[in-house]
Design a protein. Structure first.
Lengths: 808, 444
């Protein structure tokens, strides 16, 4: 390469083969050389990705031929070197080669990938199958093969080939899964990829895959991340068969396994249950146990200490919720009653012993169960969330039961993490089931959320200064809300209440106000409104938190004070906007908060405050927007046909509500008969003295008439409806400021022939559907417009008018 | 913009007409349908269902799939069903019987989930509220009732409250002919029309009458302007009256208070009204068998479809179902739809639900859409992680510390060696001294 053969710039295609070559020479060792610093490899990988060095994307032309050749040979060299590394005996070099091959899968050109993918695959497969070998290499191999499959799945025409390739992987992957070390994690990820991209490849190995996954899951030796992936694998497994039955069978098996395990661990903590009988309907054979494990294996106390079996339960529950939420190609039949039975069963256990004479478990066993219970509860709530999300309206027959479960649980639950989850679930339910549900749940939600919000100001130093007001508030709220009969177990929050819980409580209140603020709200609306404004005022009292200021605070919880402020402002907006019978009593306070918040430029709070101010503007200037506004030149495309814009495209929508500015500053043709409600009222207020808008014009008509014109709603916009051919069309065109273009648009859409067809029997030339506005209105209409409609049209219309009114 | 189709049926047995709203082309005509008013629904765009006017003791409800003209599924409920309604997801079909009973079926299984006595006389219209949680029914006895579907299924709550309905409006003196609900969740309005020549506007939030509008003629059909500025009421005198909703009620036209205009073309009575999806085109079915499309902006008729001789008493305007797209069309939407057309089983006559019945919910199939941007590659991440590990193993502070420790160890050992050496030396000297002196002794 010539020393002075400069490239044009960074983007020059000619540069790429050269860059690639020099990268290879510098960093990719040959056969005998040792592997250099591994950090270099990362550098190479990133350079290749940024500069797209393997893409070989060149415009094909005569002068590019040489360049193409050059690049091709460079990439050939790259592939050769990498493959050499892959097959190297040294583990570190093999590792480097496998990783770089993975990068190659991602970025090489489609032609190259298609030409040599099976060779590459064989190389990797060798490593995966090798009985010995370093874990490190195998982990990299799994990642690399996963990328291989991802790329392969992008070519729909070789789907079958891909499946057969993926099928070859299964044996080694399942073998890896059995091993304890870290490569099992890689194997799980790879299995997930296979199941998502080539599910059909698993058909033959369905049972062994299930067994392997379940065994791993039950072993209790995985970290949470791997457990999640295993659960995903298990829930994706039915995809390989892809029919409705196998999905149902899988979830049924999981439910049975959970129940067997629960029977053991909840012994002495709950009454007898009949779940098993419901799970296996009488007269039907029970399905084969999950993963081929015997019931005995599942619940063998001697082989499985309590801890492990509790872990199994929660991972199986995770499987349930994952199955509910992951997509399935066929219609999935969800045994919702069985799931609810399970959820109810678990949520009702709170660790207390049953009312028997002799306790059947030891204190130690109780300890274990209590330790794990919150995890179970959390998973159960996840399952409920999954059901609510997927079932939509089909939940209706079960909704009452779910509501009972949830409210009962909310009453008892004291752990803030779980309460956050319950609130999230309630929010989801409110959103999916709407008004009907809000009638149901309002009181429970309000009661619980206000208890949780009822200790504002426990924020360090402010706690002291606020303590009196807090006390006062607490007292007041207690008197405001005598809800329900919480005789048995009453939830009492422990101070300080975590911010995350308060945020969740605010969010559920916000949703309640959004969905059901208007209906049946007499009992709780006022207390919620005052609670929300108090919380928001208190939250924002200490000024706005800049994100940078509370770095020391952020690591212990994911949500911080700024989030709380935002949540309180959101709830406040819902409380202001939610329909009520009187003007929101805290409107002024709210507006002030939003105005202040808006000044904190660059924060989320400012963004939200701007939005809130816009939304509140509508509350202050309510509009009933007219269907047609002749004064504005805004046009929307009609029926997908984009009509042309007028040259003087001026946005004059503002006239809809701001009459003063219109009257004062506009001198272009305005439409005084805007159908805007507010506009009407404004004008009516003014019509004792001089109407501000239409001064000159209105002078000619009497004030009385002017009022009438203005109060007419649709008819003023509605010109005479064309009744008969020819004439109708002529008549309706001379509208107020209606420009000729409107006529053109109409004539495009009107199907004259059809109009003719249907009105054949109508001899009457006059108009049957008159404008109900008085004649004066019409006159003033024409007076106003400084349009250049030919004046000889007017008598036409005026003639028509009395006619029609006579008829009535 | 997607294509819309206008679907019309009549009380005489002339089938169901189906036209493209924009082009006016007629699609299939579905055969053998004579529906009562409000008896035609499109079940979530998946298929058509219609109750039938038949002279028999049991009623009949028919299903048509989009691509076949003949009836595919026939069900025979316990009594004649007048209005049908289905929720927007198409999971439930609700029917109102001539006895005043209301039936609720699950579409997927055809099971009769609930049946309750709603009215004293035949039910005439059924409407779901916008958020699908409430059902509003009107009847020949003039009552309009609002039902919370949750309550219908919750027997405990029912016992506590004493009655099933949320509201019962009894101000109409004659049979209710049509009901529409508006936008706004819990704050929505309900407009009901009746043979007593009035339309009444109700507030869902308060359960009160907001406005009573007296018309010159009986109103059989009502359509609500999407902006809820006005509503359109189709009268038996052939006029479509425009009545205002939210103004102060000052405008008093020739027709009466709150009525501000009409759309009229001298046709016969209006039997049904529906808005197109754009909220501007109003589709009206008339007694003379024509379907007219009005532009509510200009008050012009922009299209006319001829259905049949009989009165057009049902009009639906829906998005064009994929199955109606021509086979040749390039988009595979139609192909996909054709693959999965299997209609649900017929609706049950009597409920078969007991405590053992297996309740399930059905999650519709979700085909995997694989978009290239979805593909995530793992190698680079893994490489990063592993290199980190390598780096840590090679050159971390721990090994440095180890070296320090080894050095200290070494030093201590060296000291020990020195000590031992010294001791050895001492002993050696001592021994040598002893030996020498001993020798000296013996020699001395």
């Amino acid at each position: 390469m010539a020393a002075f053969d400069y490239a044009q710039n960074l983007y020059d295609v000619a540069l790429k083969p050269r860059l690639l070559r020099s990268l290879i020479n510098e960093h990719i060792p040959e056969d005998k050389q040792p592997l250099g610093d591994s950090l270099r490899l990362l550098h190479v990988a990133s350079a290749i990705r940024t500069h797209e060095l393997l893409s070989e994307r060149v415009v094909h032309s005569a002068d590019n031929k040489k360049l193409i050749e050059k690049w091709k040979s460079a990439v050939d060299l790259w592939v050769d070197r990498v493959l050499m590394l892959v097959s190297s005996k040294m583990p570190d070099k093999a590792w480097a080669g496998i990783s770089l091959l993975g990068v190659t899968f991602e970025v090489c050109s489609s032609e190259r990938f298609l030409a040599s993918y099976s060779v590459w695959f064989q190389e990797l497969l060798k490593h995966l199958q090798a009985s010995a070998g370093s874990n490190f290499v195998k982990l990299a191999c799994c990642a690399s093969i996963s990328d291989f499959l991802t790329r392969l799945s992008g070519f729909p025409n070789i789907k079958r080939d891909g499946s057969s390739h993926a099928a070859k992987l299964l044996q080694p992957v399942l073998k890896l899964l059995h091993e304890d070390s870290s490569e099992a994690e890689g194997a799980v990820t790879l299995l997930c990829t296979i199941l998502t991209l080539f599910p059909s490849s698993l058909q033959k190995n369905y049972d062994s895959a299930e067994a392997a996954i379940v065994t791993k899951l039950m072993s209790g030796k995985c970290n949470t991340d791997t457990v999640k992936k295993l659960a995903l694998c298990l829930s994706l497994l039915p995809k390989s068969r892809g029919d409705a039955d196998s999905w149902y069978l899988m979830i049924q098996k999981i439910l049975i396994a959970i129940n067997v395990l629960l029977n053991d661990s909840f012994q002495g903590l709950e009454e007898e249950t009949k779940t098993m009988r419901a799970l296996v309907p009488s007269g039907k054979d029970p399905p084969t146990p999950l993963g081929g494990l015997m019931i005995f294996d599942l619940s063998n106390k001697s082989t499985k200490p309590e801890r492990v079996s509790m872990g199994c339960i929660s991972s199986l529950m995770l499987c349930c919720s994952t199955m509910l939420t992951s997509s399935y190609p066929a219609q999935a039949k969800v045994p919702v009653q069985l799931l609810l039975m399970l959820v109810e069963r678990v949520l009702m256990v709170d660790g207390s012993l049953t009312q028997t004479l002799y306790p059947t478990i030891t204190a130690m066993q109780q300890e274990y169960v209590c330790l794990e219970l919150p995890v179970h509860h959390a998973h159960c709530l996840d399952i409920l969330c999954g059901i609510v999300k997927e079932a939509h309206s089909q939940l209706l027959p079960h909704a009452a039961r779910i509501i009972r479960i949830v409210t009962e649980y909310l009453r008892k639950c004291e752990l803030s993490e779980l309460r956050v989850k319950v609130y999230a679930l309630l929010k989801l339910m409110l959103l999916s089931m709407g008004v009907g549900l809000s009638l149901y749940l309002a009181e429970d939600i309000v009661h619980n959320a206000s208890t949780d919000l009822d200790s504002i100001g426990d924020r360090g130093d402010e706690a002291r200064s606020n303590s009196e007001s807090t006390q006062k508030k607490r007292k007041r709220e207690m008197t405001v809300m005598p809800f329900g009969d919480q005789a048995q177990t009453v939830y009492l929050p422990k101070n300080p209440i975590p911010i995350a819980l308060k945020i969740a409580a605010l969010e559920v209140l916000e949703t309640l106000l959004t969905m059901g603020g208007a209906s049946g709200s007499d009992s709780w609306r006022s207390s919620v409104d005052s609670l929300v404004i108090n919380v928001a005022t208190d939250a924002c009292k200490g000024g706005w938190i800049k994100p940078a200021n509370d770095f020391h605070n952020s690591h212990n919880s994911s949500s911080n004070w700024a989030d709380f402020q935002l949540a309180s402002l959101r709830a406040l907006l819902a409380s202001l906007l939610s329909p009520g019978r009187i003007r929101p009593p805290y409107l002024a306070h709210g507006l002030e908060l939003y105005r202040k918040g808006k000044q904190e430029t660059g924060t989320k709070i400012a963004e939200f405050c701007a939005h809130a101010l816009m939304a509140l503007e509508l509350l202050i200037h309510p509009r009933a927007i007219p269907l047609i506004d002749f004064g504005s030149s805004i046009e929307y495309p009609v029926n997908g046909v984009k009509s042309r814009f007028t040259e003087n495209y001026t946005y004059s929508g503002a006239q809809n509500h701001n009459v003063f500015s219109v009257g004062a500053s506009r001198n272009e043709p305005e439409n005084p008969e805007s159908e805007d409600d507010l506009y009407d009222k404004w004008v009516k207020d003014n019509d004792g003295n001089q109407p501000p808008v239409i001064e000159q014009e209105i002078n000619e008509t009497t004030p009385q008439l002017a009022e009438k014109v203005v109060s007419v709603e649709v008819s003023s916009g509605a010109e005479v409806v064309p009744e008969d051919k020819g004439k109708g069309i002529l008549v309706e065109t001379p509208s107020v400021e209606e420009v000729k273009k409107q006529t053109e648009v109409q004539s495009q859409t009107v199907d004259f022939k059809l109009v003719d067809n249907m009105v054949t029997g109508d001899p009457e030339p006059t108009d049957k559907t008159p404008v109900s506005g008085p004649v004066g209105g019409m006159e003033s209409k024409f007076d106003l417009g400084d349009n250049d409609d030919p004046m000889d049209e007017i008598p036409d219309i005026v003639d028509v008018e009395p006619d029609s009114s006579d008829e009535e | 913009m997607e294509d819309e189709v206008v679907i019309a049926s009549s009380s005489t047995d002339v089938g169901i007409g189906c036209w493209d709203l924009r082009s006016g082309a007629e699609h299939l005509r579905y055969r053998s349908c004579a529906s009562p008013s409000h008896g035609l629904v499109s079940v979530a765009g998946r298929f058509l269902a219609s109750s039938q006017l038949r002279d028999s003791s049991s009623g009949s409800v028919l299903f048509w799939s989009w691509n076949k003209p003949q009836v595919e599924v026939k069900s025979f409920p316990a009594e004649a069903i007048n209005p049908l309604a289905c929720n927007s997801e198409g999971s439930y079909i609700v029917g109102g019987g001539v006895s005043g009973d209301i039936y609720l079926w699950e579409v997927a299984t055809g099971r009769l989930l609930k049946k309750w006595h709603g009215h004293y006389r035949a039910v005439t219209c059924l409407v779901f509220s916008m958020d699908q949680s409430l059902l509003i029914s009107g009847a020949e006895d003039g009552s309009v009732r609002v039902w919370s579907l949750l309550m219908i299924f919750d027997e405990e709550r029912q016992q506590r409250s004493g009655h099933l309905y949320e509201y019962s409006f009894t101000e109409h003196a004659l049979p209710v002919t049509d009901i529409v609900t508006g936008y706004g969740g819990s704050n929505a309005i309900i407009v009901s029309a009746s043979q007593d020549r009035t339309c009444k506007v109700w507030s869902l939030a308060r359960g009160t009458l907001l406005r009573n509008i007296v018309f010159p003629s009986v109103i059989d059909a009502v359509a609500l302007d999407p902006g809820e500025h006005v509503f359109y009421a189709g009268g038996r005198d052939g006029k479509i009256y425009i009545a205002e909703l939210n103004s102060l009620g000052k405008s008093n036209s020739n027709y009466g208070l709150h009525i501000i205009g009409t759309l009229s073309d001298q046709s016969k009575a209006i039997c049904s009204l529906a808005f197109a999806l754009d909220g501007l085109q109003l589709v009206a079915g008339s007694e003379d068998g024509f379907v007219r499309v009005w532009d509510t902006k200009t008050h012009n008729i922009i299209r006319v479809f001829k259905h049949a001789k009989g009165p057009v008493n049902n009009i639906l305007v829906i998005r064009q179902p994929p199955a109606l797209y021509p086979r040749t069309s390039a988009n595979n939407q139609g192909l996909m739809a054709r693959k999965q057309v299997s209609l649900p089983p017929p609706l049950e006559k009597f409920t078969s639900i007991d405590e053992h019945s297996d309740f399930s919910i059905y999650i519709p199939p979700q085909p995997d859409y694989q978009r290239p941007c979805d593909a995530t590659y793992a190698t680079v991440d893994t490489m990063n992680k592993q290199i980190n590990e390598l780096q840590q193993r090679g050159s971390c502070g721990a090994s440095e510390m180890e070296i320090e420790r080894l050095k200290a160890d070494n030093e201590r050992s060296m000291q020990m060696i020195q000590q031992w050496k010294k001791m050895y030396e001492n002993l050696h000297q001592f021994c040598v001294g002893e030996l020498l002196s001993g020798e000296g002794d013996t020699t001395v």
